[in-house]
Design a protein around this ligand. Structure first.
Ligand code: SAM
Length: 234
């Protein structure tokens, strides 16, 4: 891993119409993840998807309006943003602890950045994210499973509970119980649907869940559980 990467905040925030905000509190873990995205071509990373299915299909299935606020946590360099823009969604937020990761999205989507707000911040020690508006969809693929400390998990779900609107949707897609125990050099916690329901509590109703075998760019399989919940209570 490189010790440094291009975390120049001016550069990471200069070219978006919709907005770009970078918190100061993310630098150590942010640098770790930045190294992951800059040591190799990000398209070879073990979570990169050429097509962001099944996430895009689940979002379409919610039937939210095209101007619904869709919040992608730990978005990395995901092509899901590209796919959402192609489908006409106009109110996207992409968060990550690594500005390097988000910069890859910015480079790809060019002028469509007017429909995306980029926020570099830590989901478990949020600063900028505390001021975020409420959202219609909270989408997490392969992020929450890195939070192995209960305190971090509590912080994550506290933020989620503050930010998801009543009747809004939560999509959690994490390594399932047969999944890998490490990812990107870090230990992960594995989940099934019941564990995710327990984390969310009774205010969230499960609408859909399934296991999914994701084929990594190197051909290996990573086993995920995909879940869609709707917030039914406050
Ligand atoms: C395995 S990658 C998944 C990226 C993306 N969701 C995808 O599906 O391609 C995990 C992402 O979570 C981000 N991340 C890790 N810890 C984070 C935190 N505490 N707050 C925000 N993002 C975080 C990493 O920088 C990385 O981009």
């Amino acid at each position: 891993m490189k010790d440094t990467c291009n975390t120049n905040k001016e550069e990471s925030c200069s070219i978006t119409d919709k907005g770009c905000r970078t918190s100061n509190s993310t630098e150590n873990l942010g640098e770790y993840w930045c190294g992951k995205y800059t040591d190799v071509d990000y398209k070879t990373l073990g979570w990169y998807e050429e097509e962001s299915t099944p996430s895009i299909d689940i979002i379409v299935e919610t039937k939210v309006a095209k101007n619904a606020v869709i919040f992608n946590v730990g978005a990395g360099s995901t092509t899901l943003i590209d796919s959402l823009l192609e489908k006409g969604y106009t109110n996207l937020i992409a968060n990550d602890i690594s500005s390097c990761a988000l910069n890859n999205i910015k480079k790809r989507i060019g002028e469509k950045q007017k429909n995306v707000e980029f926020i570099t911040d830590d989901l478990v020690k949020p600063t900028l994210l505390n001021d975020l508006q409420q959202v219609d969809i909270w989408n997490d693929r392969a992020v929450m499973h890195f939070f192995i400390d209960e305190k971090d998990q509590d912080n994550y779900f506290n933020l989620l509970n503050q930010k998801v609107k009543k009747n809004g949707f939560v999509i959690l897609s994490e390594f399932n119980l047969e999944g890998a125990t490490m990812c990107s050099g870090l230990p992960v916690k594995r989940y099934n649907t019941e564990m995710l329901q327990e984390k969310l509590g009774a205010n969230y109703k499960l609408l859909k869940d399934f296991n999914h075998d994701y084929k990594m760019p190197n051909g290996e399989i990573r086993k995920y559980v995909y879940t869609l919940f709707q917030r039914i209570g406050l």
